[in-house]
Design a protein around this ligand. Sequence first.
Ligand SMILES: Cc1cc2nc3c(=O)[nH]c(=O)nc-3n(C[C@H](O)[C@H](O)[C@H](O)COP(=O)(O)OP(=O)(O)OC[C@H]3O[C@@H](n4cnc5c(N)ncnc54)[C@H](O)[C@@H]3O)c2cc1C
Length: 590
Amino acid sequence: MRLKALLDFVILVSTWSKGDGKCRCIYNEPCWPTEQDFASLSSHLSQPLLRPVPPASACYPFHNPSGNCSDVQSHRRDSIWRTDQPGAYENINFESHIFQNGSISACYLNTTFGIPCEKGNVPPVGVDARIVEDVQVAVKFAGQHNLRLVVKNTGHDYLGRSSGRNAFMIWTHHLKNITYTAEFIPEGGSRKDAVPGLTVGAGVQWYEAYTAAAQNNRFVVGGISATGSNGAAGGWIMGGGHSVFSPKFGLGEFSTNALLRCIADWGCAGVDNAVEFTIVKPNGDYAVVNSHHNQDLFWALRGGGPGSWGVLISVTHKTHDLFPLVFSTLNVTFPTPDAATSVVTELVRLSPILSDLGWGGYGLFSNMNLFLGFPSPNASWGDVKSTILPLFDLAMNASHDPDAVATTTPLANPYELLNPSDGTESQDDPEVGGLAELGSRLLSRNAAELRPEETARLLLSFDFVEVHFVTGGAVGRVEPDSVALNPGWRKAVALVRTAGSWEEGTSAKAINRIQQGLAQDVTALDHISPDLATYMNEASLHELDFKKSFFGNHYDKLKAIKRKYDPRSLFIVAEGIASDEWDDALTCPR
Ligand SMILES: Cc1cc2nc3c(=O)[nH]c(=O)nc-3n(C[C@H](O)[C@H](O)[C@H](O)COP(=O)(O)OP(=O)(O)OC[C@H]3O[C@@H](n4cnc5c(N)ncnc54)[C@H](O)[C@@H]3O)c2cc1C
């Protein structure tokens, strides 16, 4: 009897705590809105409600598939197709959910496992936002019903922050407005603040933004992927947003005029590539955010992390004149680890020099091979000859590989490289459609300048490592406190990434071992990073101290701003501001 009374009490308390405004309300709980509530919501929206499903659900039940399974399987690595599906994510592990007891809720593309399809982390209900009012209605609905809320744009997130088990989703993919304004004056500003601005809606993807900028003979600093499918006005910008052109023009947040020091406490007009945002705040109000309005939020949105501040509606990026460049590539194999060490040591030593010239690039290497791609804006042949070519000569001589290739190609403008398109060309992206997590650290200028060989040996101790030369140069010359971004970026010359991947059907235990391996990689990389800092959008979900690694000493100020705009923490994401106050599922306060 006593046991039954105790159980009744536990059930009573758990039901009570789910509905009392403390824990978030999630799908299948008694507090979840009724179909009548959803019908009422729907009557205020421009589109029917979404019922997102994992793409592979078309393959189930496996004896009698409900949809075109081979079509879904053929689009596995089709980046743009995936972004068009409300229930699809670029890394498909974020469509599934791992429970604490090790069981996995998933909908595998591989039907031969014979495991029934489950929704995993794909939110069961969502709003297909096409106008600002859709977002406002959805945010208010989520607030009124105390729902676990998820904002999804392209689904590129490497930390799964745009998916959420049993959550209510706002999908921004169709907020596609793009406007170029030759003299964009931020609201509240004057003619002296005018910049050539490209205003992109929250759902615009980089291939679309590049196309619009190119049509106006302008350049916009943005993300790069095989198809340009990542978002131009979502997680990229709020997380920091890097580009191979950042050493020349700064990050998503920063301007060409990088020497200008900003001393304003809450952001600074004149130093930003992002000159204005519009947003639906957590209370459902629409707001303009710039250096004249909501200045504290303006500071926070530039590097204070995605998914924590409301729903972005648009971003206006400052654009730049087009420029010629030299694109250099190197593809070699190494006969011995010593050969790899000598070449990578030289690459590391050179990286601050290249970034100071405003040149960025990508490097992928191991003890066995090296691939480099370096676009160098406004490069003079003299500079290329004294920097990149000696490195390439060293690598070619060390390689003894008859198939080794080194090229330097002059290009008239960056769009010969970025290739703006209508998204109808090959859409397969090798980075997409897998099951993967990342580990990363920024590489400090100090380590590159003072300890190049030690740094090279550390990088080569991994099976395989990616180095993105996307910082230094202009990024390092900006006042660290002028925007929310982790100040560690200012002391860095590159981002180092390691990755762990697995196949569908892998057990939770094996996945956990991979995650632990990534955590060990990160600990090893701490030795070459500035203040353990990294790029929060390309980082581990299992950081020991995400506040320090993602936000540095800006965390407390960001938290104060969050308290002001989102006192109920409606917008909470993994390893985001105030997320440490919530349990791992982000549904109940700790
Ligand atoms: C193939 C690939 C290539 C990449 N290339 C680059 C690169 O070149 N440079 C770079 O810096 N990064 C790059 N990234 C990382 C990328 O910037 C991040 O994954 C980023 O979070 C993606 O943002 P998204 O809005 O497109 O994706 P989503 O997964 O939809 O969203 C990511 C996060 O942003 C939030 N969010 C999205 N839209 C909004 C909105 N309107 N309002 C509020 N919150 C929102 C979501 O809630 C989530 O927390 C790449 C990633 C991939 C997979």
